[in-house]
Design a binder for this molecule. Structure first.
Ligand code: TZP
Ligand code: MG
Length: 276
């Protein structure tokens, strides 16, 4: 799927008196580049009505449209994809129903769920809640930015951080390795939605513009690093236990910080287990 950076999810309880289509339009105008309809309380008929309206809006602005939970509605309105939680329809069943060309996103709270989603053919994963949130009922304990670091280091499909992300803590999320963020209340509950979204986009662009694509131990990683030293510390590895190879050549540890990396460099990191 095309890369996305600012993912806005509906949450009508945060904007009483404002229409959901107008709210999401403001989000798109501010720079949200993927939209999800999430409605846990309305009747199926009501959700369908909103899905039709949001499909029309997202077509007009050429922004991907994802439906939460209701795969039948996603298919009926020709949404671009579906977002599922761990207790919803399985990824395998969803793929059979929706077909190979649609997007399937899966919520994950643990690296084992992230691995399973990647293996099962998910197009992206949600990772969270990073911080405490009031927007989701029965939410698990915050996974913290440590989970972002884990996923950034290991998972190759796109991931988006979610849960309690606000203007004041988004830098921590990006510093931990996220390049996409997803929000409900901070976006749809804002007085000036367009302004909030454009400020988030600005942060995302500034923070992610220095990333380069590297193939590390066979997996693609887009990270903001310049040399081998920074790769090793990005993954939280102990330098004295690592042997590093760049494009087929072993690089001595005292040369790591002066070994600049290019977009597309292939890196192998071998970790020795201490002792023994
Ligand atoms: N999944 C994990 S946290 C969450 C969802 C749907 C709610 C995010 O909402 P907010 O208001 O951005 O914390
Ligand atoms: Mg669900």
């Amino acid at each position: 799927m095309k890369a996305f950076y600012l993912y806005a999810i509906t949450g009508e309880e945060f904007h009483p008196g404002k229409d959901v289509v107008e709210v999401m339009k403001q989000a798109i105008l501010g720079g949200a580049d993927i939209i999800q309809l999430r409605d846990k309380t309305s009747s199926k008929q009501e959700v369908l009505r909103k899905a039709i309206a949001l499909r029309e809006l997202t077509r007009k602005y050429d922004v991907p449209f994802i439906v939460n939970d209701h795969i039948d509605i996603a298919m009926e309105v020709d949404a671009d994809g579906i977002h599922l939680g761990q207790d919803d329809l399985s990824l395998e069943e969803a793929r059979k129903l929706i077909g190979p060309n649609k997007v399937i996103g899966i919520s994950t709270h643990h690296i084992s769920e992230a691995r399973a989603a990647e293996k099962g053919g998910a197009d992206y994963i949600g990772i969270g809640p990073i911080f405490p949130t009031k927007s989701k009922k029965d939410v698990v304990a915050p996974v913290t930015t440590d989970y972002i670091k884990q996923v950034a280091a290991e998972i190759s499909i796109p991931f988006v951080a979610i849960g309690g992300i606000k203007m004041h803590n988004v830098d921590d999320v990006l510093d931990a390795g996220a390049t996409s963020v997803c929000m409900i209340s901070e976006i749809v509950g804002a007085e000036d939605i367009q302004d909030v979204c454009s400020r988030f986009r600005e942060k995302l662009t500034t923070k992610t513009k220095n990333t380069i694509g590297l193939i590390i131990n066979g997996q693609q990683h887009d990270i903001d690093v310049q040399n081998v030293n920074e790769v090793v510390s990005h993954f939280g590895l102990k330098p004295n236990l690592i042997i590093a190879e760049v494009d087929g050549n072993i690089v001595d540890r005292d040369k790591w910080s002066e070994t600049d990396l290019q977009n597309g460099s292939k890196i192998e990191l071998v970790e020795f287990i201490a002792g023994g």
